[in-house]
Design a protein around this ligand. Sequence first.
Ligand SMILES: Cc1cc2nc3c(=O)[nH]c(=O)nc-3n(C[C@H](O)[C@H](O)[C@H](O)COP(=O)(O)OP(=O)(O)OC[C@H]3O[C@@H](n4cnc5c(N)ncnc54)[C@H](O)[C@@H]3O)c2cc1C
Length: 406
Amino acid sequence: MQSDNVIIIGAGQAGGQAAISLRSSGFEGRIILIGDEPYVPYERPPLSKAMLAGELPIERSYLRKPEFYPEKNIELWLKQHVKAIDRAAKTITLADGETLPYAKLIIATGSRVRKLSLPGADKKGIYYVRTIADTLAIQNHLKEGARLVLIGAGYIGLEVAAVGIKKGCKVTVLEALDRVMARVVAPEVSVFYEDVHKAAGVDIRKGVRIAEITGNDHVKAVKLEDGSEVPADLVVAGVGVVPEIALAEAAGLKIDNGIVVDEFCQTSDPDIYAVGDVTNHPNAILGQRLRLESVQNAMSQGLAAAQAICGKPQAYAEVPWFWSDQYDLKLQIAGLWEPTDNVVIRGNMAEGKFSVFYLRNGAVVAVNAINNMKDFLPAKKLIAAHVVVDPLRLADGEVSVKELVP
Ligand SMILES: Cc1cc2nc3c(=O)[nH]c(=O)nc-3n(C[C@H](O)[C@H](O)[C@H](O)COP(=O)(O)OP(=O)(O)OC[C@H]3O[C@@H](n4cnc5c(N)ncnc54)[C@H](O)[C@@H]3O)c2cc1C
């Protein structure tokens, strides 16, 4: 049983995937994919990696070539902002006042960057990385000798730092916590990455508090609470994102750190689905609700919502995974890191090819694999299996991780 038409709000990774999956799952009705950026749906990971370095043309980040959408009869309405959802009338309203009816609605509005709230945070020369426009603007300033200051040592800040070094910038990273990537990796991996960045010439300052950003019209320096100043030609802040829930909240959908959905991405309104960064969803494998900011989640939820709308529901439950590229290191993360009772290191840290397994009650709950793809895929299966593993065998390079998966 199919609905007449589906409107998707947000033409990013999850919205684009939902449109693609609706057609590939057999949906024959009208699909309108509305996004407020000027580009066809694209992948954001290259924004702080290869695209920022000028090594990946914009078109290579597109989920599908522009001609795909008319070929599949998907109406792509770009540079259009949706300003309201009327659930009673089952319509959405665009910023220009146009109203469109929907049979089913998919909200894929993603996240927006958390802005700095500091004196001087409105000066020119302060950037965030969320869109192609942001990346192009930053790229212009990554010149030999430019003084680049990153606020936040999360994966985005560190990826931009690595590109800055490659471009010959003088790079400083300012982090409030006592280690880098503290939200996503364990202390062992933070130390490894700190050493790599320091060796590349990055000045990493941890445990610092920023007092203000100084300069007249344009940023000149970042002033710390201890009175010291870090001169800056350019500041890039990576201090997290917030889910873009405004439309859903105003429409009265259930919200709790994101739009609350079930395992089929259905919201508290049966005709409205939500996918991607904006959702708070259940994960049966981990036995908890999550709000994730990852390509894997955006793609899988886009597919799950499309299947449910096509009357072929498949519950979404996967081990969360993520990656980060810094210098020649590929970090792959599966599971969610939090302090555990045992840590097993496999491989050789000094050679930059190793995996760190985190065990709780004897079972693997998360892995960080560095240039170690071979361990990563079976490690995801180990996490899903919830089995107790022998830490000595896990650490033994002669035993493949695959052998430990039941
Ligand atoms: C710099 C960067 C690097 C990243 N690196 C990685 C990585 O290495 N690996 C990984 O797994 N993930 C990475 N991510 C995260 C990943 O890109 C996101 O999780 C993913 O893009 C989420 O997809 P989404 O569709 O939910 O949101 P988005 O891709 O943000 O798309 C939402 C879209 O909706 C639009 N929109 C919002 N409100 C409206 C409205 N009212 N009307 C019309 N349009 C609207 C927005 O403008 C946006 O275009 C990275 C993200 C960034 C920013």
